[in-house]
Design a protein around this ligand. Structure first.
Ligand SMILES: Cc1cc2nc3c(=O)[nH]c(=O)nc-3n(C[C@H](O)[C@H](O)[C@H](O)COP(=O)(O)O)c2cc1C
Length: 320
Protein backbone atom coordinates (compact mmCIF):
# COMPACT_ATOMS: atom_id res chain seq x y z
CA UNK A 1 0.00 0.00 0.00
CA UNK A 2 1.54 3.29 -1.14
CA UNK A 3 0.53 6.58 0.40
CA UNK A 4 1.74 9.77 -1.18
CA UNK A 5 1.93 13.06 0.69
CA UNK A 6 1.77 16.24 -1.36
CA UNK A 7 2.64 19.42 0.48
CA UNK A 8 1.93 22.70 -1.27
CA UNK A 9 3.53 24.76 1.50
CA UNK A 10 6.98 26.05 2.33
CA UNK A 11 9.87 23.64 2.81
CA UNK A 12 9.79 22.26 6.36
CA UNK A 13 6.95 24.55 7.41
CA UNK A 14 3.43 24.06 8.75
CA UNK A 15 1.80 22.17 5.89
CA UNK A 16 4.77 19.91 5.35
CA UNK A 17 4.97 19.12 9.07
CA UNK A 18 1.28 18.13 9.19
CA UNK A 19 1.58 16.07 6.01
CA UNK A 20 4.64 14.34 7.48
CA UNK A 21 2.71 13.62 10.72
CA UNK A 22 -0.04 12.04 8.63
CA UNK A 23 2.51 9.99 6.70
CA UNK A 24 4.03 8.83 10.01
CA UNK A 25 0.54 7.68 11.05
CA UNK A 26 0.11 5.83 7.75
CA UNK A 27 3.53 4.23 8.16
CA UNK A 28 2.55 3.02 11.66
CA UNK A 29 -0.23 1.11 9.91
CA UNK A 30 2.16 -0.51 7.45
CA UNK A 31 1.99 1.84 4.46
CA UNK A 32 4.93 2.74 2.21
CA UNK A 33 5.03 6.50 2.27
CA UNK A 34 6.52 9.22 0.12
CA UNK A 35 6.46 13.02 0.11
CA UNK A 36 6.44 15.47 -2.79
CA UNK A 37 6.83 19.19 -2.20
CA UNK A 38 4.84 20.88 -4.92
CA UNK A 39 6.91 24.08 -4.67
CA UNK A 40 9.93 22.09 -5.89
CA UNK A 41 8.17 21.31 -9.16
CA UNK A 42 7.85 23.36 -12.29
CA UNK A 43 4.28 22.96 -13.54
CA UNK A 44 2.98 24.88 -16.51
CA UNK A 45 -0.69 25.86 -16.41
CA UNK A 46 -3.20 24.10 -18.65
CA UNK A 47 -3.58 26.05 -21.90
CA UNK A 48 -7.06 24.68 -22.63
CA UNK A 49 -5.95 23.05 -25.89
CA UNK A 50 -8.09 19.96 -25.14
CA UNK A 51 -5.56 17.66 -26.83
CA UNK A 52 -5.85 15.25 -23.86
CA UNK A 53 -9.65 14.99 -24.19
CA UNK A 54 -9.52 14.65 -27.98
CA UNK A 55 -6.96 11.87 -27.58
CA UNK A 56 -9.21 10.02 -25.09
CA UNK A 57 -12.50 10.49 -26.92
CA UNK A 58 -11.40 10.21 -30.53
CA UNK A 59 -8.52 7.74 -30.40
CA UNK A 60 -9.05 5.79 -27.17
CA UNK A 61 -5.63 7.16 -26.25
CA UNK A 62 -3.88 7.76 -22.94
CA UNK A 63 -5.09 11.34 -22.61
CA UNK A 64 -1.55 12.58 -22.12
CA UNK A 65 -0.83 16.29 -21.93
CA UNK A 66 1.08 17.73 -24.86
CA UNK A 67 2.86 20.41 -22.80
CA UNK A 68 6.56 19.59 -22.60
CA UNK A 69 9.55 20.41 -20.43
CA UNK A 70 7.99 20.57 -17.01
CA UNK A 71 7.55 18.24 -14.03
CA UNK A 72 4.01 17.12 -14.78
CA UNK A 73 5.02 13.56 -15.86
CA UNK A 74 6.86 13.21 -12.52
CA UNK A 75 3.87 14.10 -10.32
CA UNK A 76 1.44 12.28 -12.61
CA UNK A 77 3.44 9.08 -12.14
CA UNK A 78 3.56 9.55 -8.35
CA UNK A 79 -0.21 9.98 -8.22
CA UNK A 80 -0.93 7.07 -10.54
CA UNK A 81 1.34 4.91 -8.41
CA UNK A 82 -0.24 5.76 -5.04
CA UNK A 83 -3.22 4.08 -3.40
CA UNK A 84 -3.77 6.83 -0.87
CA UNK A 85 -3.12 10.55 -0.84
CA UNK A 86 -2.47 13.03 1.95
CA UNK A 87 -2.92 16.43 0.36
CA UNK A 88 -1.83 19.45 2.38
CA UNK A 89 -2.01 23.08 1.36
CA UNK A 90 -1.45 26.44 2.96
CA UNK A 91 -4.33 28.83 2.58
CA UNK A 92 -3.65 31.77 0.28
CA UNK A 93 -6.42 34.31 -0.18
CA UNK A 94 -8.97 31.92 1.37
CA UNK A 95 -8.11 29.21 -1.17
CA UNK A 96 -5.38 26.55 -1.51
CA UNK A 97 -2.13 27.47 -3.25
CA UNK A 98 -2.36 28.48 -6.91
CA UNK A 99 0.07 25.73 -7.79
CA UNK A 100 -2.44 23.15 -6.60
CA UNK A 101 -5.07 24.69 -8.88
CA UNK A 102 -2.59 24.42 -11.76
CA UNK A 103 -2.13 20.73 -10.95
CA UNK A 104 -5.89 20.27 -10.57
CA UNK A 105 -6.52 21.64 -14.07
CA UNK A 106 -3.77 19.45 -15.54
CA UNK A 107 -5.37 16.42 -13.83
CA UNK A 108 -8.96 17.43 -14.57
CA UNK A 109 -10.61 16.22 -17.80
CA UNK A 110 -7.47 14.27 -18.79
CA UNK A 111 -7.74 12.12 -15.64
CA UNK A 112 -11.52 12.04 -15.32
CA UNK A 113 -12.30 8.42 -14.56
CA UNK A 114 -15.39 8.42 -16.83
CA UNK A 115 -13.43 9.98 -19.71
CA UNK A 116 -10.76 7.31 -19.29
CA UNK A 117 -13.36 4.50 -19.08
CA UNK A 118 -14.87 5.75 -22.34
CA UNK A 119 -11.41 5.79 -23.96
CA UNK A 120 -10.81 2.22 -22.80
CA UNK A 121 -14.14 1.13 -24.28
CA UNK A 122 -13.41 2.88 -27.60
CA UNK A 123 -10.11 1.02 -27.72
CA UNK A 124 -11.77 -2.33 -27.06
CA UNK A 125 -14.68 -1.75 -29.46
CA UNK A 126 -12.44 -0.62 -32.31
CA UNK A 127 -9.83 -3.28 -31.57
CA UNK A 128 -7.07 -0.68 -31.28
CA UNK A 129 -3.85 -2.39 -30.23
CA UNK A 130 -1.31 0.24 -31.19
CA UNK A 131 -0.25 3.25 -29.14
CA UNK A 132 -0.97 3.84 -25.53
CA UNK A 133 -4.42 3.56 -23.93
CA UNK A 134 -5.44 5.05 -20.60
CA UNK A 135 -3.25 4.05 -17.66
CA UNK A 136 -4.91 1.04 -15.94
CA UNK A 137 -3.96 2.54 -12.58
CA UNK A 138 -6.50 5.31 -13.25
CA UNK A 139 -9.24 2.89 -12.20
CA UNK A 140 -7.99 1.77 -8.81
CA UNK A 141 -9.96 2.94 -5.79
CA UNK A 142 -8.06 5.56 -3.80
CA UNK A 143 -8.61 7.20 -0.42
CA UNK A 144 -7.52 10.72 0.41
CA UNK A 145 -7.19 13.08 3.34
CA UNK A 146 -7.12 16.86 2.99
CA UNK A 147 -5.22 19.18 5.32
CA UNK A 148 -5.59 22.96 5.00
CA UNK A 149 -3.40 25.30 7.05
CA UNK A 150 -3.92 29.01 7.50
CA UNK A 151 -2.71 31.95 9.52
CA UNK A 152 -6.24 33.17 10.30
CA UNK A 153 -9.83 32.10 9.79
CA UNK A 154 -10.00 33.38 6.21
CA UNK A 155 -10.44 29.86 4.93
CA UNK A 156 -13.88 29.36 3.36
CA UNK A 157 -12.76 28.07 -0.05
CA UNK A 158 -9.67 26.15 1.07
CA UNK A 159 -11.02 22.67 1.84
CA UNK A 160 -13.75 22.85 -0.84
CA UNK A 161 -11.19 23.63 -3.55
CA UNK A 162 -8.84 20.96 -2.26
CA UNK A 163 -11.72 18.49 -2.40
CA UNK A 164 -12.15 19.33 -6.10
CA UNK A 165 -8.70 17.88 -6.72
CA UNK A 166 -10.01 14.43 -5.76
CA UNK A 167 -13.08 14.51 -8.00
CA UNK A 168 -11.82 13.69 -11.47
CA UNK A 169 -9.86 10.68 -10.25
CA UNK A 170 -12.77 9.51 -8.06
CA UNK A 171 -10.64 9.52 -4.90
CA UNK A 172 -12.67 8.93 -1.79
CA UNK A 173 -12.06 11.78 0.65
CA UNK A 174 -12.20 10.05 4.04
CA UNK A 175 -11.01 12.98 6.14
CA UNK A 176 -10.61 16.74 5.98
CA UNK A 177 -8.90 18.88 8.57
CA UNK A 178 -8.42 22.57 8.92
CA UNK A 179 -5.77 24.20 11.09
CA UNK A 180 -6.18 27.93 11.70
CA UNK A 181 -3.96 30.56 13.30
CA UNK A 182 -0.57 29.23 12.26
CA UNK A 183 1.24 31.91 10.31
CA UNK A 184 4.90 31.74 11.26
CA UNK A 185 7.14 29.07 9.72
CA UNK A 186 6.96 25.83 11.68
CA UNK A 187 4.60 27.28 14.33
CA UNK A 188 2.34 24.24 14.07
CA UNK A 189 4.83 22.12 16.05
CA UNK A 190 3.45 23.85 19.17
CA UNK A 191 -0.09 22.67 18.38
CA UNK A 192 -0.01 19.16 19.77
CA UNK A 193 -3.70 18.60 19.06
CA UNK A 194 -3.22 19.42 15.34
CA UNK A 195 -0.20 17.13 15.10
CA UNK A 196 -2.12 14.26 16.70
CA UNK A 197 -5.13 14.92 14.48
CA UNK A 198 -2.93 14.78 11.37
CA UNK A 199 -1.38 11.52 12.55
CA UNK A 200 -4.86 10.08 13.08
CA UNK A 201 -5.78 11.18 9.57
CA UNK A 202 -2.84 9.27 8.09
CA UNK A 203 -3.68 6.18 10.12
CA UNK A 204 -7.25 6.38 8.88
CA UNK A 205 -6.27 6.59 5.21
CA UNK A 206 -4.07 3.51 5.63
CA UNK A 207 -6.76 1.60 7.58
CA UNK A 208 -9.34 2.51 4.92
CA UNK A 209 -7.16 1.02 2.19
CA UNK A 210 -7.07 -2.33 3.98
CA UNK A 211 -10.81 -2.79 3.46
CA UNK A 212 -13.12 -2.67 0.43
CA UNK A 213 -13.75 0.98 -0.48
CA UNK A 214 -17.52 0.49 0.03
CA UNK A 215 -16.79 0.16 3.76
CA UNK A 216 -14.85 3.43 3.94
CA UNK A 217 -15.90 5.85 6.67
CA UNK A 218 -15.50 9.60 6.73
CA UNK A 219 -14.05 10.91 9.99
CA UNK A 220 -13.85 14.67 9.40
CA UNK A 221 -16.35 17.36 10.36
CA UNK A 222 -19.73 16.19 8.96
CA UNK A 223 -20.56 19.41 7.08
CA UNK A 224 -24.05 19.68 5.61
CA UNK A 225 -23.87 17.87 2.27
CA UNK A 226 -24.69 14.23 2.99
CA UNK A 227 -22.69 13.09 -0.05
CA UNK A 228 -19.41 15.00 0.23
CA UNK A 229 -19.60 16.70 3.67
CA UNK A 230 -19.32 20.14 2.12
CA UNK A 231 -20.22 23.19 4.15
CA UNK A 232 -20.35 25.32 1.03
CA UNK A 233 -23.80 25.54 -0.54
CA UNK A 234 -24.77 28.07 -3.19
CA UNK A 235 -28.27 29.41 -3.65
CA UNK A 236 -28.81 29.35 -7.38
CA UNK A 237 -32.18 29.39 -9.07
CA UNK A 238 -34.53 30.63 -6.35
CA UNK A 239 -37.59 29.76 -8.44
CA UNK A 240 -36.70 26.11 -8.97
CA UNK A 241 -37.78 23.18 -6.79
CA UNK A 242 -34.19 22.69 -5.65
CA UNK A 243 -32.63 26.12 -5.34
CA UNK A 244 -29.56 25.06 -3.36
CA UNK A 245 -26.51 23.39 -4.92
CA UNK A 246 -23.52 21.85 -3.17
CA UNK A 247 -20.40 23.85 -4.04
CA UNK A 248 -18.28 20.71 -4.22
CA UNK A 249 -20.30 17.80 -5.59
CA UNK A 250 -23.05 19.78 -7.35
CA UNK A 251 -25.96 17.84 -5.85
CA UNK A 252 -29.15 19.92 -5.70
CA UNK A 253 -31.66 20.26 -2.88
CA UNK A 254 -33.24 22.67 -0.47
CA UNK A 255 -31.73 24.58 2.40
CA UNK A 256 -33.63 25.05 5.63
CA UNK A 257 -32.57 27.49 8.29
CA UNK A 258 -34.30 27.26 11.62
CA UNK A 259 -32.78 29.36 14.35
CA UNK A 260 -29.10 28.44 14.30
CA UNK A 261 -29.74 25.04 12.70
CA UNK A 262 -29.08 24.67 8.97
CA UNK A 263 -30.04 21.57 7.00
CA UNK A 264 -29.40 20.78 3.35
CA UNK A 265 -31.90 18.24 2.11
CA UNK A 266 -30.86 16.73 -1.17
CA UNK A 267 -33.32 15.56 -3.80
CA UNK A 268 -33.30 11.78 -4.21
CA UNK A 269 -33.41 12.01 -8.03
CA UNK A 270 -30.44 14.39 -8.05
CA UNK A 271 -28.09 11.99 -6.22
CA UNK A 272 -26.96 10.12 -9.39
CA UNK A 273 -25.91 13.52 -10.83
CA UNK A 274 -23.55 14.32 -7.97
CA UNK A 275 -19.98 14.75 -9.18
CA UNK A 276 -18.72 12.34 -6.54
CA UNK A 277 -20.70 9.57 -8.26
CA UNK A 278 -19.43 7.76 -11.36
CA UNK A 279 -22.98 8.14 -12.74
CA UNK A 280 -22.64 11.92 -12.30
CA UNK A 281 -19.44 11.90 -14.29
CA UNK A 282 -21.07 9.98 -17.16
CA UNK A 283 -24.04 12.37 -17.03
CA UNK A 284 -21.54 15.21 -17.39
CA UNK A 285 -20.04 13.56 -20.49
CA UNK A 286 -23.54 13.29 -22.01
CA UNK A 287 -24.25 16.95 -21.26
CA UNK A 288 -20.97 17.97 -22.87
CA UNK A 289 -21.72 15.94 -25.98
CA UNK A 290 -25.28 17.25 -26.26
CA UNK A 291 -24.60 20.86 -25.45
CA UNK A 292 -21.15 22.41 -25.34
CA UNK A 293 -19.34 20.04 -27.73
CA UNK A 294 -22.22 19.82 -30.22
CA UNK A 295 -21.24 21.63 -33.43
CA UNK A 296 -23.35 24.69 -34.12
CA UNK A 297 -25.43 24.27 -37.35
CA UNK A 298 -23.98 27.62 -38.47
CA UNK A 299 -20.37 26.47 -37.97
CA UNK A 300 -19.53 27.48 -41.57
CA UNK A 301 -20.09 31.12 -40.51
CA UNK A 302 -17.42 30.92 -37.80
CA UNK A 303 -14.45 32.40 -39.74
CA UNK A 304 -16.55 35.37 -40.84
CA UNK A 305 -17.95 35.99 -37.32
CA UNK A 306 -14.45 35.83 -35.80
CA UNK A 307 -13.05 38.58 -38.06
CA UNK A 308 -14.56 41.34 -35.88
CA UNK A 309 -12.50 40.17 -32.88
CA UNK A 310 -9.31 39.21 -34.69
CA UNK A 311 -8.44 42.76 -35.68
CA UNK A 312 -9.66 44.34 -32.43
CA UNK A 313 -7.09 45.23 -29.69
CA UNK A 314 -4.04 43.24 -30.74
CA UNK A 315 -0.94 43.59 -28.54
CA UNK A 316 2.74 42.65 -28.41
CA UNK A 317 3.68 39.95 -25.94
CA UNK A 318 6.47 40.77 -23.45
CA UNK A 319 9.90 39.69 -24.73
CA UNK A 320 11.75 36.95 -22.83
C1 LIG B 1 0.05 35.08 -0.23
C2 LIG B 1 -0.47 34.60 1.09
C3 LIG B 1 -1.81 34.67 1.34
C4 LIG B 1 -2.32 34.18 2.55
N1 LIG B 1 -3.69 34.21 2.73
C5 LIG B 1 -4.21 33.61 3.83
C6 LIG B 1 -5.61 33.52 3.98
O1 LIG B 1 -6.40 33.97 3.14
N2 LIG B 1 -6.10 32.88 5.07
C7 LIG B 1 -5.28 32.35 6.03
O2 LIG B 1 -5.79 31.79 7.00
N3 LIG B 1 -3.92 32.43 5.92
C8 LIG B 1 -3.36 33.03 4.85
N4 LIG B 1 -1.99 33.08 4.68
C9 LIG B 1 -1.13 32.50 5.73
C10 LIG B 1 -0.64 31.08 5.41
O3 LIG B 1 -1.69 30.23 5.08
C11 LIG B 1 0.07 30.49 6.64
O4 LIG B 1 1.22 31.26 6.91
C12 LIG B 1 0.45 29.03 6.51
O5 LIG B 1 0.97 28.58 7.73
C13 LIG B 1 1.50 28.80 5.44
O6 LIG B 1 1.76 27.44 5.33
P1 LIG B 1 3.26 26.89 5.28
O7 LIG B 1 3.91 27.30 6.55
O8 LIG B 1 3.13 25.43 5.16
O9 LIG B 1 3.91 27.49 4.08
C14 LIG B 1 -1.46 33.62 3.53
C15 LIG B 1 -0.08 33.58 3.26
C16 LIG B 1 0.41 34.06 2.07
C17 LIG B 1 1.89 33.96 1.79
Amino acid sequence: MKILGISCGRKMSNTEILVKEALMGAQERGADVELVRLQDLNLKPCTGCNACVIDLFEKGGAGNCILKNDDFPFIDEKIMECDGLILGSPIYEKTPSGQLKVLNDRMGPSHDIAFRMIAKKIREERGITTGQGPDERSFKPRAASLIAVGGSEWDTLALPMMHLFSLSMQMNVVDKMLVNWVGLPGAVVFKEDALERARQSGRHVADTLKKPMEEAKYIGEPGICPLCHSKLVEIRDVNSNYPAICGICGVKGTLQVSGNKVTFEIAEEEIPHSHVMISGKFAHVDELKQVSLKPNPKIHELPERLKKYQSYLTYSKPER
